[in-house]
Design a protein around this ligand. Structure first.
Ligand SMILES: NC(=O)c1ccc[n+]([C@@H]2O[C@H](COP(=O)([O-])OP(=O)(O)OC[C@H]3O[C@@H](n4cnc5c(N)ncnc54)[C@H](O)[C@@H]3O)[C@@H](O)[C@H]2O)c1
Length: 385
């Protein structure tokens, strides 16, 4: 492919990181052709990133024969239909996490979050089957935008694990902040879940990937043997002047223990209870090595600011309430968290006709494990797979 033409859906947080990442792709010509989003941000966002066209109609992207890739950075309840339509129109697809979800059906209780998690699981499986069929029939590529797999610290740890032939014994991760900026996330009908579906799905994907490469490297077959999960809404009735989370029928706390077939444990926690900026880390304990991957806070630089004059619109540290006093100032956050790496990999995959580090099977497995985790939490028991 001489030039890859992109139709991006979404001009929110994720759309911004994807657009910045396409602008930085090297060695391949990328054409930011059309932006699709709703509301007043559409045109300013499109102009800022050099899109040639902008539209509120998704159909305009898939009807355009020039567009090679439809990149879906819209809310999760739209993912499934957009993926299937794009594939059927012959487009390659990049899609944000989560792959899909359960967002309510006619006859459900008023709040989608009150639906039985077993029912959700079976609907999600059916939706994933439908996406997988559309993918197979299309002959196109699917790229799962799981940025943790492309964070330089994670890439380095993965490489070292392969080189040393490390046996992974335990993976620990925390992914948390004080709640999302995106208005839709408090409601299950739009988000498909709370902090687990929104944040914990990152370390779930990372742990699945690590165990996959480790076992493949040793010529063994791997997989998850059991899942134990606890979920809660801890902030109900609490003074929320500082916490941004406003969960309606979703959880703001989740703790998941995965046991893999060879006994490896992954203990993964995510909350919306964490003041003081974004915290994302992953620790890998092996038989011959330990790796601490710290994505946030990104602490290469520290600053002291007695006031915030002149800093309007300047994001010094994501999800931090203010820019005063001593603090870590994020540097190259998109690089450190893997957003640039994922888009570079996806573009190279199209040019070189190879599989991505993060593709459909990971998207599906992360979705399956996270959905099973909700069943475990609801039933208060360990699920043996
Ligand atoms: N990988 C990450 O670190 C990360 C971080 C944040 C969000 N996300 C994911 O990215 C996706 C978007 O989240 P966000 O935080 O950017 O949300 P957001 O609310 O900031 O932005 C959503 C965008 O989608 C657009 N949109 C909504 N309905 C649309 C429609 N019918 N047609 C076209 N555009 C439509 C909106 O106009 C908006 O521009 C979600 O799947 C979320 O899980 C990933």
């Amino acid at each position: 492919m001489e030039k890859i033409s992109i139709g991006l859906v979404g001009a929110g947080w994720a759309g911004e990181t994807h657009a910045k990442a396409y602008e930085r792709v090297y060695g391949i010509e990328v054409d930011l052709k059309t932006l699709c989003a709703l509301g007043p941000d559409l045109e300013p966002f499109a102009r800022r990133h050099g899109f040639r066209k902008w539209t509120e109609e998704f159909e305009d992207l898939i009807k355009d024969p020039e567009i090679d890739v439809v990149d879906i950075a819209s809310p999760p309840n739209l993912h499934k239909d957009m993926i299937i339509k794009a594939l059927r129109a012959g487009k390659h697809v990049v899609c944000e996490k989560p792959l899909t979800g359960y967002f309510g059906l006619p006859g459900d209780p008023e709040r989608a979050g009150d639906v039985s998690k077993e029912k959700m699981l079976s609907c999600i499986r059916a939706d994933m089957d439908e996406i997988e069929r559309a993918l197979k029939e299309s002959g196109r590529s699917f790229f799962y935008a799981e940025n943790w797999l492309y964070a330089p610290a994670f890439v380095k740890a993965s490489d070292l694990i392969l080189k040393k032939g490390t046996t992974i014994l335990e993976i620990r991760s925390f992914a948390g902040h004080k709640g999302s900026h995106a208005g839709y996330v408090g409601s299950w009908a739009k988000s498909g879940g709370g902090t687990m579906m929104r944040n914990l799905i990152h370390p779930v994907g990372a742990a699945l990937y690590l165990k996959k490469i480790e076992t493949e490297n040793k010529g063994l077959s791997g997989g998850v043997a059991s899942i134990y999960c606890d979920c809660a809404r801890v902030t109900d009735g609490v003074d929320k002047r500082s916490i941004a989370a406003s969960p309606v029928d979703v959880e703001d706390y989740s703790h998941l223990v995965l046991t893999f077939l060879d006994g490896t444990k992954a203990e993964l926690t995510s909350t919306d209870l964490c003041l003081g900026g974004l915290r994302n880390n992953l620790e890998i304990y092996g038989n011959d090595a330990v790796y601490f991957c710290r994505f946030n806070p990104n602490n290469l630089m520290e600053g002291y600011l007695p006031d915030d004059r002149g800093l309007d619109g300047e994001l010094l540290m994501e999800k931090c309430d203010h820019s005063l006093g001593y603090q870590s100032i994020s540097l190259e956050d998109e690089l450190i968290r893997g957003y640039y790496g994922e888009i570079q990999d996806f573009m190279e995959c199209l040019r070189d006709k190879r599989e991505p580090r993060s593709g459909f099977s990971l998207a599906r497995e992360a979705m399956e494990i996270t959905s099973l985790a909700y069943v475990s939490a609801e039933q208060g028991r360990c699920l043996k797979l």
